[in-house]
Design a protein around this ligand. Structure first.
Ligand SMILES: NC(=O)c1ccc[n+]([C@@H]2O[C@H](COP(=O)([O-])OP(=O)(O)OC[C@H]3O[C@@H](n4cnc5c(N)ncnc54)[C@H](OP(=O)(O)O)[C@@H]3O)[C@@H](O)[C@H]2O)c1
Length: 289
């Protein structure tokens, strides 16, 4: 199987390359080699490599900045996804495309199933929803949209890395406790994506996160406990729960965005680890400083 990865230098992109099963020929392209907003570039790259599967791990992921740059967010997350899907259709290949729990408004109190009605609260979520619809419209049953959530890795820009820095620098860290979701390691997403890549019978929307549920506050407390245990921190800071209103951000976020992954788990015969176990493992991986 030949697999082209777009967005190969992001946290999921890197995890995909690191977790690739043997026997797969990969072309991993970062933004400098394949910029989804550049006209014709996706078509050229796909035609050159002739992949069986294209994985789109590229995205505009700055949720707050997107409020001030909606055109840029859409250019990558909607138009970029469309360019890539057009190229995949032309090549007769399949596509895996990542999307987000932020397509939901968070008003319900039970996990969101793939068929539940999306209603994004912010520009990022709206651009991702438009992107997943474009991919499914163009490719039909030759596309799988994998919605995931709260992704972190040992490297890159993410909540884990930010918390480790703040817990190290400050006596006290205030963290929102009334937004609930599931922290998910990029490695877990990559393993599920490879399993899906090997299953041409799967199509449509799939949900995938690690197991369990947490608030950002719970996640921060666990990061501190596990980092102290791993001797990545030398003393405990005070972690204080606060309400969303006490930490105003440009983008509104859903209060509850747990994804129901049961259908994907059953289809793949794969069970993710609990987020806390995945966190412990991630903290043992090398970081970029
Ligand atoms: N992070 C999360 O919590 C989360 C949650 C749910 C879903 N997702 C989805 O998962 C996917 C991957 O996210 P991630 O966490 O791996 O994000 P990430 O670490 O921010 O990686 C995204 C990558 O896409 C690249 N990129 C941006 N604009 C591009 C363009 N025009 N053409 C090609 N590449 C471009 C970025 O390059 P630069 O660094 O140079 O900008 C970056 O390397 C995205 O679709 C995201 O929406 C993420």
């Amino acid at each position: 199987m030949r697999v082209l990865i777009a967005g190969a230098e992001g946290q999921i992109g890197r995890a995909l390359a690191a977790a690739a099963p043997s026997g797969i020929e990969i072309r991993a392209l970062g933004r400098t080699q394949l910029d989804l907003t550049r006209q014709g570039e996706a078509a050229r790259r796909v035609a050159e490599f002739r992949p069986d599967v294209v994985v789109n791990a590229a995205g505009y992921t700055a949720v707050d900045r997107a409020e001030a740059e909606p055109d840029t967010a859409r250019a990558v997350n909607e138009e970029g996804a469309r360019h890539l899907a057009d190229a995949v259709a032309e090549a007769g290949a399949r596509m895996l495309h990542f999307s987000t729990d932020y397509v939901f408004d968070g008003e319900r109190r039970r996990p969101y199933a793939p068929g539940d009605r999306p209603n994004p609260l912010n520009v990022y979520g709206a651009s991702k929803l438009a992107g997943e619809r474009a991919v499914l419209d163009i490719l039909g049953d030759r596309a799988v949209v994998v919605r995931t959530a709260w992704v972190y890795a040992a490297r890159g820009r993410n909540f884990l890395r930010t918390m480790l820095r703040l817990l190290n620098e400050r006596e006290q860290v205030r963290v929102v406790s009334d937004q609930v979701g599931t922290p998910t390691s990029a490695t877990s997403v990559a393993l599920a994506a490879w399993a899906i890549a090997g299953r041409p019978d799967l199509h449509g929307i799939a949900h995938w996160t690690d197991d369990g549920v947490a608030s950002w506050y719970d996640f921060a407390v666990a990061i501190q406990e596990e980092a102290l245990h791993a001797k990545l921190l030398t003393r405990a800071a005070k972690v204080l729960p606060i309400a969303t209103e006490e930490y105003p951000t440009p983008a509104c976020r859903p209060r509850y965005s747990v994804l129901d992954c049961s259908a994907t788990r059953a289809a793949l015969q794969l069970a993710p680890d609990h987020w806390r176990a995945a966190l412990r493992r991630t903290l043992r991986e090398p970081t970029d400083g």
